[in-house]
Ligand binder design. Structure first.
Ligand code: 5GP
Length: 191
């Protein structure tokens, strides 16, 4: 998506450790007009009428998921990072290792918000090694729901997540795929 690539080139900052900072428009301050265009694009990429739920993970996926959901007339469920798992059986749980914080979180979704009749589109801001998306897929599987696809704002194509998911036959569509980025020069190339 050209608009997003241009914005990443203009305002993205490459940090050491393969981290792309886009907090001026994507995941701290949020450019809602850009999100609208991204939402429209996700709808074009996932035209299936079956999609009835958008699933993301807190915190930075929520904004994009909410704007996107308007184009699907579907509610958004966000998986919550939880300090203590409540073992009352009322929630699906999984573990996700955070790419940016290098720690493992327990992540939960209440059973009442995800079930076997759901056709789920997973949305997130970044795809790196694929841990976050793999955890969300695990929650969808636990619920017996159907994964219709995965929509990502920015995929870092030089990391393994996209390849691993696509190899499993999951439909992954990323609006911008970064091919390479250099923390010293700040140069970013796209696939
Ligand atoms: P993964 O689980 O695919 O390794 O990483 C995806 C998650 O880590 C995303 O939910 C995102 O919040 C965060 N993340 C991964 N790479 C980056 C990055 O380069 N920049 C930012 N801002 N977040 C990232």
């Amino acid at each position: 998506m050209q608009l997003l690539e241009e914005r990443i080139r203009r305002d993205g900052i490459v940090k050491p450790g393969n981290v792309l900072k886009v907090d001026s428009f994507l995941n701290h301050q949020m450019d809602v007009e850009l999100f609208q265009e991204m939402g429209k694009e996700f709808r074009k990429l996932f035209p299936s009428e079956k999609i009835n739920k958008i699933l993301t993970i807190e915190a930075s996926g929520i904004g994009i998921a909410c704007i996107t959901a308007q184009f699907f007339n579907a509610p958004v469920v966000f998986a919550k990072k939880s300090q203590s798992i409540n073992l009352d059986g009322e929630q699906y749980t999984t573990k996700i290792e955070s790419f940016t914080h290098k720690r493992v979180y327990d992540v939960i979704v209440a059973k009442k918000f995800l079930g076997k009749d759901d056709h789920v589109l997973i949305i997130d801001d970044f795809l790196a090694n694929g841990c976050a998306v793999a955890g969300l897929i695990d929650l969808v599987s636990s619920a017996g729901a159907v994964i219709e696809g995965v929509g990502i704002a920015i995929e870092k194509g030089f990391q393994e997540g996209g390849k691993l998911l696509r190899r499993k036959g999951i439909r992954v569509e990323s609006l911008a795929i970064v091919e390479s980025m250099d923390a010293e020069t700040g140069e970013i190339t796209f696939r």
